[in-house]
Design a protein around this ligand. Structure first.
Ligand code: FES
Length: 373
């Protein structure tokens, strides 16, 4: 260790000691957080102002943001996600995105990439590319998530659907660029609804050449249909001896998990990541339920067996409740339920029938519901 490192470690330790003793917190920012939040409710000590360096179009409905994270940001493992917060029309909005580039790329360039599908009728994803042209500023959280691959110590099968390729791009870029000799086989089964919908196609083929044990299968569902046991046997015969990672739309994950379990794959071999809340299948929803939005006077019917969240139902009724992450994390969509029963797909619990606060984005009506909205 050299003198400069010694001095900076000493300064850092003294600063922490000073903060701890003066404020009873591990940092000054944690101490001041509640005070600053009185003026800026969305301000958080664990957000890192970061610069957008480039906005790159990947396909007709997909783009990547190239971001230079703030120097206090602590890096990530391939497959993890970040929460991105931006200001839109005077309000702070947050969304979660997988990092699509590798830790190796971050180490060499100081940059990360996130790749985003434009949601039809979405508030944020169609707006971001214009708003964040080169030089835009966003707030990043630290990276999070257990759906990650640090090193390849076992044979791996990856199953991606549509934009669910993004965490796998990070993992495969890491394998290809880090120069680590991968001795175990790694296979990717990548599903898309047509040839034009495969993202990073050329790059994935290049990774295949760089890492001899890597095999990539591009599977066009318009040709041969969706994931099945026959596909498993065709593309990865020894699937039963591999760790299996699945990422894509909710119904695809549920289906793939079911097929794998029917084929005798152990639950602890299967890792998966939902984009958004886990889809629910409610045994008790044999009847249609009505949802009354009391303040606006609007009423809608959730059809029998339908599992749309209250947020979706409200937006379909042209209401504009406050939202943030839309996956049950930020609590911005909390609304008072006056009566009725809802199922929370995040906590996997049913509510009581009485008055209580619920999160619209992860709550599905089970019986007639009245909301103060
Ligand atoms: S919008 Fe974030 S919890 Fe519902």
């Amino acid at each position: 260790m050299n003198n400069t490192t010694d001095t900076s470690n000493l300064l850092h330790t003294s600063w922490l000691w000073f903060a701890r003793n003066l404020t009873n917190n591990t940092s000054f920012s944690a101490y001041f957080e509640p005070i600053v939040q009185l003026l800026l409710p969305q301000w958080r000590a664990d957000r890192f102002r970061s610069k957008v360096i480039d906005v790159r179009r990947e396909s007709a409905d997909m783009y990547s943001l190239v971001i230079k994270p703030n120097k206090h940001w602590q890096g990530f493992t391939a497959g993890q996600y970040i929460e991105l917060t931006v200001e839109k029309d005077g309000a702070w909005v947050s969304r979660f995105f997988s990092i699509s580039s590798s830790p190796e790329y971050y180490e060499k360039s100081g940059l990360i990439e996130i790749s985003i599908r434009i949601q039809e009728n979405g508030q944020i994803t169609p707006w971001l590319p214009q708003a964040l042209k080169s030089g835009g500023v966003i707030n990043l959280s630290q990276a999070n998530g257990d759906f990650c691959l640090d090193e390849v110590s076992k044979p791996i099968l990856m199953i991606a659907g549509g934009s669910g390729i993004t965490p796998f791009r990070s993992m495969l870029q890491q394998i290809a660029q880090s120069g680590q000799a991968v001795t175990k086989p790694v296979s990717l089964m990548y599903y898309a609804r047509s040839t034009e919908h495969f993202l990073f196609r050329e790059e994935l083929k290049k990774f295949e050449q760089q890492a001899p044990n890597l095999t990539v299968h591009f599977i066009d569902t318009s040709d041969i249909g969706f994931f099945s046991d026959a596909h498993l046997l065709t593309y990865c015969e020894d699937f039963n001896s591999r760790d299996i990672y699945i990422c894509g739309p909710g119904p695809m994950i549920l289906h793939a998990r079911k097929v794998l379990q029917q084929q005798g794959v152990n639950g602890d071999q299967i890792h998966y990541e939902f984009f958004g809340p886990e889809p629910v299948s409610l045994e008790g929803s044999e009847k249609a339920s009505s949802v009354l939005f009391q303040q606006s006077g609007k009423q809608v019917t959730a059809e029998k067996g339908e599992t749309k969240t209250l947020l979706t139902l409200a937006e379909e009724a042209e209401l504009k409740p406050v939202t943030g992450c839309r996956i049950g994390v930020c609590h911005q969509c909390i609304c008072q339920k006056k009566s009725g029963v809802v199922y929370n797909s995040k906590t996997k619990t049913y509510s009581d029938t009485g008055q209580e606060d619920i999160q619209l984005c992860v709550s599905v009506p089970v019986a007639d519901v009245v909301l103060a909205l």
